[in-house]
Design a binder for this molecule. Structure first.
Ligand SMILES: [Zn+2]
Length: 328
């Protein structure tokens, strides 16, 4: 498996955490995944792991929630995504401070979902500047209240105060691409059109051969297709990044991926999209599709139990020509 190639931090504690996380997930498997999603297992019981995937480039993987990356340079730190709540962002800062005492210079928000940017205020207070693709900026503003509402159960369960979440807009936006240099290290921001979401930023670290895609990439998961204007374009995006010079793909959810994992995600999307198009062409209703189409070739993937919602939402997209982003 690809993680064996990783430059895993060598301190004993982290090593043990890695091992226990691996064994835990290996044995608990899908039933565990669903229990987490259903809120039966609180996220505090699930380890959050940090691995150094290339020199100075760290990946924080949180099985139950969203992932992050940060690049440490002599001039400061660039952070990718800011977690689902300021309390979570504080924990992320604690993890970052275990790797560096340099100032946080940049935060990239990869897409408009609250679980990837609701922690922004913590980094704002530290003087960071924010970057997002311009469609993400538009949607952060337009859907801020809906995103807050969508996450109210999560906040309640963890006794997080939703008033702490502030809408922190990007200081810098880009359209197709943006090149950054920090402490002599290059970071390329690329927009390949909408994948899972309009505004999906691809963050490429060329020297490290690492690529972070918060929305479009999620290993071994049914990624929510409710927001995409086009699964066809999403697949094109994945084909493009699969062809890039990349050693490790980091998704907004799921563990570290390689080219095979990207191909698996393409296969899943193609399977779901063609099945749904076939069903719509037969003039089936949503209830009939749910009854007749189980898409069970990927029944072991995370979030499969949410299939009915995905069918309902993607049916709307196919029959209306655009997604209804906050269809209940
Ligand atoms: Zn997410």
């Amino acid at each position: 498996m690809s993680s064996s190639k990783l430059l895993i931090r060598t301190d004993l504690k982290t090593g043990l955490l890695q091992l226990s996380l691996f064994l835990f997930l290996f044995f608990m498997d899908k039933a565990f995944s669903q229990a987490v999603e259903d809120g039966q297992v609180l996220e505090k019981e699930i380890p959050i792991s940090v691995r150094e995937v290339a020199p100075g480039l760290f990946f924080q993987y949180h099985f139950a929630e969203s992932n992050n990356a940060w690049l440490v340079t002599d001039e400061g730190v660039l952070v990718v995504d800011s977690r689902q709540h300021p309390q979570r962002a504080k924990e992320l800062m604690t993890a970052i401070r275990k790797t560096t005492d340099k100032p946080i210079k940049w935060v990239i928000n990869t897409h408009f979902h609250g679980d990837h940017y609701f922690g922004n205020v913590i980094f704002k207070d530290l003087g960071a500047q924010f970057i997002a693709q311009k469609d993400t900026a538009t949607m952060m503003k337009r859907y801020f209240e809906e995103e807050l509402k969508r996450r109210s159960g999560y906040f309640k369960q963890r006794q997080y105060n939703s008033d702490e979440v502030k809408l922190i807009m990007p200081d810098v936006t880009f359209d197709h691409s943006l090149e950054l240099t920090l402490g002599g290290k290059k970071i390329s921001l690329i927009y390949l059109g909408a994948g899972q979401n309009p505004g999906d930023a691809i963050v490429y670290f060329p020297e490290e051969k690492v690529l972070f895609a918060g929305g479009p990439v999620a290993k071994d998961s049914w990624t929510n297709p409710s927001f995409t204007p086009s699964i066809t374009n999403w697949i094109i995006l994945l084909e493009k990044i699969k062809g890039m010079d990349v050693q490790f793909y980091l998704g907004g959810h799921g563990d570290i991926s390689d080219q095979n994992d990207i191909q698996n995600e393409i296969n899943l999307l193609r399977y779901f999209d063609s099945g749904m198009r076939e069903a719509v062409s037969k003039n089936l209703t949503v209830d009939e599709i749910i009854r007749d189409y189980k898409f069970d070739k990927f029944k072991d993937y995370r979030n499969y139990y949410r299939l009915n919602i995905f069918i309902k939402n993607y049916f709307y997209t196919l029959t209306n020509g655009k997604p209804n982003i906050f269809l209940p």
